[in-house]
Design a protein around this ligand. Sequence first.
Ligand SMILES: Nc1ncnc2c1ncn2[C@@H]1O[C@H](COP(=O)(O)OP(=O)(O)OP(=O)(O)O)[C@@H](O)[C@H]1O
Ligand SMILES: [Mg+2]
Length: 333
Amino acid sequence: MIRQMPLLEIHNLSVTFTNYQGTSSVLDRVRLSVEKGEILGLVGESGCGKSVTARAVLGLIPMPPGKIGSGSIRFKGEDLTRASKKRMRGIRGNEISMIFQEPMSCLNPVFTVGNQMREVIRIHRRLRGRQAEELCADMLSRVQMPDPLAVLKKYPHELSGGMRQRVMIAMELVCGPDLLIADEPTTALDVTVQGQVLAILMKLSRERDISVLMITHDMGVVAQVCDRVAVMYAGRVVETAPVKQLFSDPRHPYTRGLIASIPDMDGTGCLHSIPGNVPGLIDPPKGCRFHPRCEDRITPCDIRVPELEAVSPDHYVACHAVETAGPEQGEDR
Ligand SMILES: Nc1ncnc2c1ncn2[C@@H]1O[C@H](COP(=O)(O)OP(=O)(O)OP(=O)(O)O)[C@@H](O)[C@H]1O
Ligand SMILES: [Mg+2]
C-alpha cells in the first residue's frame, strides 16, 4: 500500500541554544510526523523540548541564541527550515495556527473580543461589516460559546479562562488552518472546563479535517483526545505509537515510567515517580540520554544512541533493551 505523504514530517531536527554557560543540545535528531486529520500528542517532562519543537515548526526559534543545526521540517512537502521570513509569516496563522496555555497573553486587554476577532477576519478573510460580524458569531457558536453576540461586546478580562480559550480557538480557526499546534491549551483550566475545551478541539478537528499537534505533559489529555503519541525525553523522541497501543504496551522504560506515574482513579495505588532528574542539555549523558535513570540499561546504552526502530507496524521505540524488527525503513514516525 502506498502511504500518503504526512502533512507534517520532522526529520532528524537538531536545535541548539548557546549562552555564556555553553551550548545546549535542546533537540537532537527529532523525528515525528503528523498525518492529515490526526491528533498527535507530544508528551514528556518539562524542558524536554516540546515547545521548541512547536516553535521550530512555526519558524519562531530566536536565532541567536538558537540555531537549527540539521534536519528538515516538511509541511505539505515544503521544507520550512529553508522558507523565507516572508513565507513563514504567510504560513503562520493561515496554514498553521497555534494556541497557547494562557490565552490572556495573546488577547489584547484593551480591545473587545469582537474588535479582535473582526481584525483577524479582516486580515485573513478580507471581510468587513455585517459579513465579518456574522462570521465572528458563527465561529463562536462553533466553539459552543453561549450567547456569542454578547461575548463579542466583552473585554477579555470579563470572560472566564475556559471562555477565553474558546475565543482563541475560534480566532485561530477563522483562517481555516491545515495544522493547529496546541501548546498545553488546557493546563490552566480546571478539569471540567478542560474536558469541554478538549471535546471542542476534537470535534473541530474531525469536522474540518484539521490536524492537531497537541503538546501536553498530561497523559490523561493524551488518552482522551489523541490518535497517536510521540514521547520525548531530553530533546529526543523515544517512542511513537497509536494511543491505545502506547497505553496497553508501552516499550520504552521512560514511557512505562510516565504511564505508571498516572494517579489511580480510586486513589489507592501509591504514586510512582521516575527516579533521578532530567539531565542538563549542555553536557547530556552519552548514548541514550535516559540511561542514568533507567532500570533496564544494558551494555551499549551509555555509549551508543539508540535509533527509533519498529516493534510493530506503527509502533517505534528507541531503546537498546527492546527487541525490535530492525531500523525503520525511511519512515519518520
Ligand atoms: N530562547 C531560549 N534560550 C535558551 N534556551 C531555551 C530557549 N527556549 C527554550 N530553551 C531551552 O530548551 C529546552 C526545552 O525547552 P521547552 O520550552 O521546549 O520545554 P518543554 O518541553 O516545552 O517544557 P514545558 O513542559 O515546561 O513547557 C529547555 O532546556 C529550555 O531551557
Ligand atoms: Mg513548553
